[in-house]
Design a protein around this ligand. Structure first.
Ligand SMILES: NC(=O)c1ccc[n+]([C@@H]2O[C@H](COP(=O)([O-])OP(=O)(O)OC[C@H]3O[C@@H](n4cnc5c(N)ncnc54)[C@H](O)[C@@H]3O)[C@@H](O)[C@H]2O)c1
Length: 358
């Protein structure tokens, strides 16, 4: 479970970071001008990705189009959140009730236990990641909903080719997170061909956002920015040469919006790889040093997270997503570093000092 971060004393001297793009949401306008507003239910919406997607949908169609849900209390100052509801995805009746009462036509199912947290509580991971997905798909079948359930690079494993990993390849993951995500991919595809559920999925790499992460193996790539600003230094739990694919938050949101907006006929498969760029801890530290020359990194390896990272792809082939529905990420490593510092600095300047997503 994720907490929003309250800044303490900011260690580092002020620097001249590049400004945020004038309108980082510009590309969403085109879709909103050509597509009818959906009625979207986001589950697990107070996690790392949910609030950002809520903001993007509201930007595109106004506040009426999103219903947010989770099992935790709203933070007191969550001014970006409206129509927030308690929804435990283990209770199929409750999912159905909210779908009917709120006239939902699309579910974005974000509730999950991520890789590192999943290994600490396998029974709960099975419940949330498997039973939860079953419940969502059954409600989607009954009420003819479009449903997006993200998968992950964790759905691959040590026997998968690790460089430029294609969409169709060996999937023998060694974590409960990965196993449950392969199950979600297969079950979604089954519900698509058996019951006609409009199931769509993507294998996300690690997502870098200004919202604190929920216990995944790629979390260091966010924590490093907080530590850079607060301490000028980060201790990384992965080896310096551990290469993993990643993507900036706004690109992640664009991928969800674009895939959900794509014409069904253009989809050659129901689960696609998407990625932004790949880097190692050493390389992101170098990129941070380009804007903060005194930044330091050292290493205290976590065996659990390291062995998970070593079983995952180093880079993904997302050419099918680019070809079939126009996937085209806009942020590279340097742009991500610049926007992360700009966002965290902007939050630092707010009186409440609470970090929210871009
Ligand atoms: N963040 C990433 O880097 C990343 C990468 C690949 C895939 N994904 C996938 O994207 C989705 C969202 O990820 P995230 O980073 O926002 O996760 P997160 O851990 O930050 O948030 C998950 C949310 O699920 C909620 N939840 C847990 N149990 C629940 C239950 N029984 N009922 C309802 N809600 C429950 C939690 O309260 C939490 O707010 C997940 O499916 C994850 O596997 C994320």
């Amino acid at each position: 479970m994720k907490n929003l971060r309250v800044f303490g004393r900011i260690h580092n001297a002020r620097r001249n970071y590049s400004p945020l793009p004038v309108d980082p949401l510009l590309r969403f306008k085109t879709i909103s001008q050509t597509q009818k507003a959906p009625r979207v239910l986001i589950t697990g919406s107070l996690g790392q990705l949910g609030r950002g997607l809520n903001s993007v949908y509201k930007y595109m169609y106004g506040s009426e189009c999103v219903v947010m849900s989770d099992i935790v209390r709203l933070p007191a100052n969550a001014t970006d959140v409206s129509d927030y509801n308690y929804l435990d995805i283990l209770n199929q009746g409750s999912i159905e009730e909210i779908v009917v009462n709120k006239n939902i036509d699309t579910i974005v199912h974000f509730s999950a236990l991520l890789s590192a947290v999943g290994e600490t509580n396998v029974p709960l991971a099975l419940q949330v990641n498997c039973r939860g997905v079953e419940n969502i798909l059954q409600v989607a079948a009954k009420h003819k909903l479009k449903v997006f359930i993200p998968s992950t690079i964790g759905a691959f494993g040590p026997t998968t080719p690790r460089e430029n990993t294609p969409d169709l390849t060996v999937q023998c993951p060694t974590t409960i997170y990965g196993v449950s995500k392969v199950y979600a991919e297969r079950l979604g595809e089954y519900f698509n061909h058996r019951f006609g559920v409009d199931f769509r999925s993507m294998r996300f790499p690690g997502i870098i956002s200004a919202t604190k992460p929920g216990g995944g193996t790629t979390d260091y790539a966010i924590q490093i920015f907080y530590d850079a600003l607060q301490k000028g230094k980060h201790t990384c739990y992965l080896r310096p040469d551990t290469r993993l694919p990643m993507m900036y938050d706004t690109d992640c949101m664009a991928s969800v919006i674009q895939l959900l907006a794509a014409d069904s006929q253009s989809l050659k498969r129901r689960t696609y790889n998407v990625t932004g760029f790949s880097f190692t801890p050493e390389e992101i530290a170098d990129a941070i040093r380009r804007v903060m020359p005194g930044f330091e990194i050292d290493y205290d390896i976590c065996p659990t997270r390291q062995s998970i990272a070593d079983s995952w792809p180093m880079s993904l082939d997302d050419s099918e997503a680019r070809k079939d529905w126009g996937w085209n990420p806009e942020y590279g490593l340097d742009e991500t570093v610049q926007v992360m510092f700009a966002l965290l600095r902007r939050e630092e300047d707010k009186p409440t000092k609470i970090v929210s997503t871009a």
